[in-house]
Design a protein around this ligand. Structure first.
Ligand SMILES: Nc1ncnc2c1ncn2[C@@H]1O[C@H](COP(=O)(O)OP(=O)(O)O)[C@@H](O)[C@H]1O
Ligand SMILES: [Mg+2]
Length: 421
């Protein structure tokens, strides 16, 4: 009873403590116990994001309910961007039985996960016979069908022809709206135009710039690079699809990424009608940001995705490109989900400025190892660690380190040899 009174009195702001016990706490446990020094994020239905570096508490974040669920995973090469994305994908597939996951994969890093998780890998390259038509367009009640399409095609033509003149831009705009006349009238998929219809339409314009532009893009229509001049023949029914574009020529990857992103948008639109959520992961996103139209297209997709139940995640090492463009910088500042992994000193500082991080947080990103960094989510900034044990089945599924792959294939070889006796 006496001790209770002493304890109560010790809490009063009189600066007096008569309790006959003293207990010392070192800084780390103290920081974990005092609630205002460590920020926690544990949301119901949330996704596992690792452990809080300060308190060691688990982090669960529910991106589905965020105001702006779109996000970025940023970090220098080898710090765990793709691994973080794969973790998110696994979690999504395992906890949300109806959600769809689409990955745009320029480096062939996701096919293991696809094989393990009953996904489908669609290869797009000059040699594959799987085709995606950049002019595919989903018609939706009450929406301007061409609003996003014109930006996508403008960006595509800019990637093909480079430095379009103002006149050529006008012509692109005009031709895009004309080639859809028939499809808009019939709503028949077979009337969806292809690149050659666009090319012919350019040639029919009275202005000589139209014919000049047509010649410039000719090799994409009839030449070596004509892989995008076919009706779509990929019909994926799986809820997990990886578009593998590693075998696309380097100078075609940006184009491929853009066209696939636009294709993904069609899927998002269809999925909304079906009440299905679509998660989209765009790895090596810097390839897409080749011109300002692509960024502007991405921005539209970004802004609309919430309404359509889509959750896009951009993944890149190129912080500068994002920060130097006004639109993408705003996207970064307005995202409710950022995973900031290890960064170079200059990138860490630049991010610190845009996202308003403290000096300590900036230093943390500079020194982070693989799977460590800052999570900016739900209005909080949390230092996290999420290292996957290297002897786990998940690690085997997500690693792309050459040493690991060599070791696994040696092990598989030995196992095969043992089976054969
Ligand atoms: N969270 C993690 N836990 C354990 N190892 C990791 C983790 N993140 C990355 N690594 C290691 O680093 C390698 C490269 O990671 P990756 O995600 O492919 O890097 P990048 O940032 O270039 O996409 C992986 O193959 C793995 O060996
Ligand atoms: Mg990667």
């Amino acid at each position: 009873m006496k001790l209770q009174r002493q304890g109560f009195a010790a809490m009063l702001p009189t600066g007096r403590c008569d309790i006959p016990y003293v207990r010392n706490l070192t800084t780390a446990p103290l920081a974990a116990l005092v609630p205002f020094t460590s920020v926690e994020l544990m949301e119901r239905g949330g996704m596992w994001m690792g452990q809080n570096q300060t308190s060691k508490n688990f982090i669960f974040y529910n991106r589905r309910d965020a105001v702006a669920p779109n996000g970025f995973i940023l970090g220098k090469p080898g710090r765990g961007k793709s691994v973080t994305a794969k973790n998110t994908i696994l979690w999504t597939l395992l906890t949300d039985p109806t959600a769809e996951v689409i990955v745009l994969d320029p480096e062939r890093e996701y096919i293991n996960v696809a094989h393990e998780m009953d996904g489908e890998v669609v290869q797009i390259s000059g040699d594959s016979h799987t085709y995606i038509n950049p002019f595919d367009l989903e018609l939706v009640e009450g929406e301007q069908p061409l609003a996003m399409k014109v930006d996508a095609i403008m960006s595509m033509v800019e990637m093909m022809a480079k430095n379009l003149s103002p006149m050529q831009k006008t012509l692109v705009d005009r031709c895009v709206s004309r080639i859809y006349d028939r499809y808009f009238a019939t709503h028949d998929q077979r009337d969806i135009p292809t690149l050659i219809d666009f090319y012919n339409m350019l040639n029919q314009q009275p202005e000589p710039e139209g014919r000049m532009l047509a010649v410039t893009i000719e090799r994409y229509v009839t030449g070596q690079a004509s892989l995008f001049n076919h009706p779509t023949n990929v019909n994926t029914h799986k809820r997990f699809v990886v578009y593998d574009i590693r075998d696309c020529a380097d100078n075609m990857k940006g184009l491929a990424l853009l066209i696939l992103l636009d294709q993904t948008w069609n899927r998002i639109v269809r999925n909304r009608e079906r009440h299905v959520r679509t998660w989209v992961f765009i790895d090596e996103m810097q390839l897409l940001f080749e011109n300002d139209y692509a960024i502007s297209y991405f921005d539209q997709l970004w802004t609309r995705s919430r309404k359509y139940g889509a959750i896009p995640t951009g993944i890149t090492q190129n912080i500068e490109r994002i920060i130097n463009n006004e639109k993408s910088r705003l996207m970064l500042a307005n995202s409710d989900f950022l995973v900031l992994l290890g960064q170079s000193a200059s990138d860490a500082a630049a991010l610190g400025e845009v996202i308003k991080l403290s000096e300590r947080q900036v230093a943390m990103m500079r020194n982070a190892g693989p799977g460590e960094g800052l999570l900016v989510a739900g209005g909080k900034i949390i230092p996290f660690e999420n290292r996957i044990p290297t002897d786990s089945a998940i690690y085997r599924m997500v690693t792309t380190k050459l040493d690991d792959l060599i070791q696994y294939s040696n092990e598989d070889g030995r196992a095969d040899a043992a089976r054969r006796g």
